[in-house]
Design a protein around this ligand. Structure first.
Ligand SMILES: [Zn+2]
Length: 255
């Protein structure tokens, strides 16, 4: 299978430089997606790796997973994010629009990268920070914000030289998530409001929202060519869509 996304640096995977690419999703990958949580993200990335890193997506830091999901968005829909908001002041709808790559550059420009001394382990000026893997994030999430947060912190910095807030602040700059609050301004009245953008839930929700059109395309190809379901859901997404267009039927509006 041909690699399809850009080469994405895995900044925390290993002391030696690592990178990964994803292949184009097939219908089977799109239809297998079951949610927008970390587990769903790990499952999707593991299906799409061209050459999976050791341990797969579950062994990566959340920051590295977000980088892969951003690359997936660029390959599927482009670099520009456009989202519609309702103004809290005047009630009118307006668009939030920005470039994902510019946001990523801004997040990674906050601090020089810390040396990686082992998988997900950073040397922050002599202080060791161990970034959680997906299973550790999941286990902490089950415990709730307070207890889960404390457990995560204990595994990230077993002997913190500073308080919890200081460790969290270092994590935000050394292993940033693409999960930010953006300052937006209403086009109608100019009021400022903060909008949360989380690349994981945004990309996965966008794929989930396409589920009906994927099923429509599968149906059109099954009706038009008489191919088996297995054959159709094994087609790369772009080829499936081109074939549906050539049939002249099926869903014509591809978002
Ligand atoms: Zn307004």
């Amino acid at each position: 299978m041909q690699a399809w996304t850009e080469r994405v640096p895995l900044r925390h995977a290993s002391p030696s430089p690592q990178a990964a690419r994803l292949r184009e999703p097939q219908g089977g990958d799109e239809l297998a997606l079951g949610g927008v949580d970390t587990r769903a993200a790990v499952q999707l990335l593991d299906r799409l790796f061209d050459d999976a890193p050791p341990g797969g997506a579950g062994a990566l830091s959340a920051s590295d997973r977000d980088g892969l999901l951003a690359a997936l968005h660029r390959a599927l829909w482009g670099d520009r994010i456009v989202s519609s908001l309702d103004c809290g002041a005047c009630g009118e709808p307006y668009d939030l629009s920005f470039e994902l790559s510019a946001l990523q550059r801004q997040l990674h420009r906050q601090a020089p990268p810390a040396p990686v001394i082992a998988a997900r382990t950073l040397d922050d000026d002599g202080a060791r920070l161990v970034l959680p893997n997906a299973a550790e994030e999941d286990a902490a999430a089950l415990l709730g914000a307070e207890e889960g947060g404390a457990q995560l912190l204990a595994s990230i910095a077993p002997q913190p030289s500073a308080g919890r807030a200081a460790v969290c602040a270092r994590l935000d700059v050394l292993a940033p998530l693409i999960d930010v609050e953006l300052e937006t301004h209403c086009a109608e009245c100019g009021a400022m409001q903060l909008a949360r953008f989380d690349v994981q839930s945004f990309v996965l929700q966008r794929l989930l929202d396409e589920r009906e059109s994927v099923l429509g395309e599968v149906h059109a190809l099954a009706s038009g060519y008489g191919w088996s379901l297995q054959d159709i859901v094994s087609l790369p997404r772009s080829l499936r869509r081109s074939l549906v267009q050539r049939l002249g039927g099926g869903p014509a509006a591809f978002g």
